[in-house]
Design a protein around this ligand. Structure first.
Ligand SMILES: NC(=O)c1ccc[n+]([C@@H]2O[C@H](COP(=O)([O-])OP(=O)(O)OC[C@H]3O[C@@H](n4cnc5c(N)ncnc54)[C@H](O)[C@@H]3O)[C@@H](O)[C@H]2O)c1
Ligand SMILES: O=S(=O)(O)c1ccc(CO)cc1
Length: 480
């Protein structure tokens, strides 16, 4: 399949003609327009919200087993179409096809896990403290229609996380994927509907992001907001949700440190670090950014890191030889340049990269910066691109203090062969997800979420499902 004709799913209909106009979807590897995306007008957003209300009543009435079976069928539909969906993902987002395929199959695994968890949404019975009470139970019920907002860096995985948990819990959803990458989400939505999710229980809209989110969060039908994106936008949406006392989950930015201990297996740590740093061109919220390396071995680490970064093959993600694709859109290139220029102006050393690649597409060189001052922008804000910062340290205490110094706390990593040090770091690093000797902290069975400004709540794992539920206590007394 080439890139599909795009449509929104509103009130049970796929719509290609909408009131909000259209916007071009661009292949970031070629800068060519590959499709026109219909945008929803306000009336269509209102229709989507009302539809979600109807869909909630229908969907929550199904048993947990029925919901589980339907979601597992959706996961199977996605697996059967994985190659075609991955191709669409690469065309609109740019990552290498192998990464897209892994993302799509992992999305199916996430859906399967949440589907199974739906059957384990246990309550409990609490012994009554007074006479005349037959039972006191604590149960979890679906929170209601959800407005879900997902970004462009993982066009399958991030919608899958939200749709899987919300639907498994019995909620309906209005999802707004990033306007840069709507095709993958559209195919996922189709897979859920084909599996038997009631048409009103799953709406998909696109439009002006701020207008859509503002409209939906304020709409009385919406009970919960789930957002993945930047800290700045997360704060805005969280504030707006809080004004209505609506539930809010935010998966926001990170600035992950990596502490390389002097006893680490350096070749192993380097190989893992390079793969994690430049995966998806660094556009990963849990991507490693600051590498803290013992001063005595700093030259060894930086030489090897730079050599490997320079050797990466950049190109169109549809080319099997490509190791790193383009950035998602033109604004990211400008932002990368600002990060590099600011660091260099403040006295950091640019060890390699640092420029846009002169060819069509939004390509930026794999970039390595050393000794960046703590007040440089790259040391304070998430670059969200192929920029690594290498910093020497003298003592492990100092490295831990620097790792924890930012108001972010999503991913944090370390490499050591000493079990005691591993536990010490696991305890001391202030982050929702700590990986020792690996970067694979994002797994369907494990909760994914940030501390501090990196977010509120978790996705995936058993915790992911709970965030789409409300607690209810039910007490039944003896009838007179
Ligand atoms: N946590 C993540 O996975 C993630 C993903 C993408 C971007 N980001 C962050 O966003 C920064 C900037 O990315 P960008 O250049 O695309 O900028 P951006 O802020 O325009 O867009 C980021 C994402 O947020 C959405 N968005 C923006 N404003 C919104 C609003 N008011 N309501 C709802 N959704 C909204 C966009 O549609 C997009 O998907 C990055 O540097 C990175 O820090 C984080
Ligand atoms: O591909 S995954 O490692 O599962 C992953 C990690 C982080 C994010 C959020 O940016 C999405 C997917």
């Amino acid at each position: 399949m080439d890139y599909p004709e795009l449509a929104l799913h509103i009130a049970g209909q796929w719509r290609t003609q909408t009131a909000g106009g259209r916007r071009a979807v661009v292949n970031p590897a070629t800068e060519e327009t590959i499709a026109q995306l219909p945008l929803a007008g306000r009336d269509e957003l209102a229709e989507a919200a009302a539809s979600a209300r109807r869909g909630f009543v229908q969907w929550r009435g199904k048993s947990a087993l029925e919901r589980c079976n339907i979601l597992r069928t959706a996961a199977q539909n996605i697996r059967e179409q994985a190659k075609a969906i991955a191709h669409v993902l690469t065309l609109e987002q740019g990552k290498p096809l192998a990464e897209s395929l892994r993302e799509v199959t992992l999305s199916a695994d996430i859906i399967d896990f949440q589907a199974e968890e739906a059957k384990r949404l246990y309550g409990r019975l609490v012994p009554p403290r007074v006479e005349g009470i037959l039972s006191q139970s604590v149960m979890r019920q679906p929170v209601g229609p959800v407005a879900a907002f997902t970004p462009w860096n993982f066009p399958a995985n991030l919608p899958a996380r939200k749709l899987a948990s919300a639907l498994a819990a019995g909620c309906s959803v209005v999802i707004k994927p990033a306007e840069e990458t709507p095709g993958t989400c559209m195919l996922l939505v189709r897979a859920f509907l084909d599996a038997g999710v009631p048409p009103d229980a799953l709406n998909m809209v696109c439009g002006d992001p701020a207008e859509v989110s503002s409209f939906l969060i304020d709409h009385p039908a919406i009970a919960k907001v789930s957002f993945t994106g930047s800290v700045a936008v997360g704060k805005l949406l969280g504030e707006q949700a809080a004004r209505h006392v609506k539930r809010f989950t935010g998966e926001l930015g990170g600035h992950a440190p990596v502490i390389v201990c002097d006893d680490a297996d350096f070749p192993f740590a380097l190989k893992q670090s390079l793969a994690a740093k430049f995966r998806n061109a660094g556009q990963v919220c849990a991507s490693p950014i600051r590498f803290y390396v013992p001063r005595a071995r700093f030259g060894e680490w930086s030489d090897a890191f730079v050599q490997a970064a320079r050797a990466l093959r950049l190109g169109d993600g549809t080319d099997p030889a490509t190791q790193m694709g383009p950035l998602a859109h033109a604004r990211r290139i400008e932002d990368m340049q600002r990060f590099v220029d600011d660091a260099v102006e403040r006295g950091a050393q640019l060890l390699c990269g640092g420029h846009r690649v002169q060819r069509p597409g939004f390509f930026f060189e794999p970039t390595v910066i050393a000794n960046a001052p703590t007040d440089s922008r790259v040391m304070r804000q998430e670059p969200f691109g192929p920029i690594a910062v290498l910093q020497p340290y003298d003592t492990l205490d100092e490295a831990i203090a620097q790792a924890n110094a930012l108001p972010y706390g999503l991913g944090a990593y370390a490499f050591t062969r000493d079990l005691h040090t591993a536990h010490r770091l696991g305890d001391a690093l202030e982050a929702g997800m700590v990986g020792i000797n690996h970067f694979g902290v994002s797994q369907p069975e494990m909760p994914f979420g940030g501390w501090k400004e990196s977010g509120i709540g978790q996705e995936m794992g058993a915790e992911g499902l709970l965030h789409y539920t409300e607690v209810k206590t039910l007490t039944v007394g003896v009838p007179s």
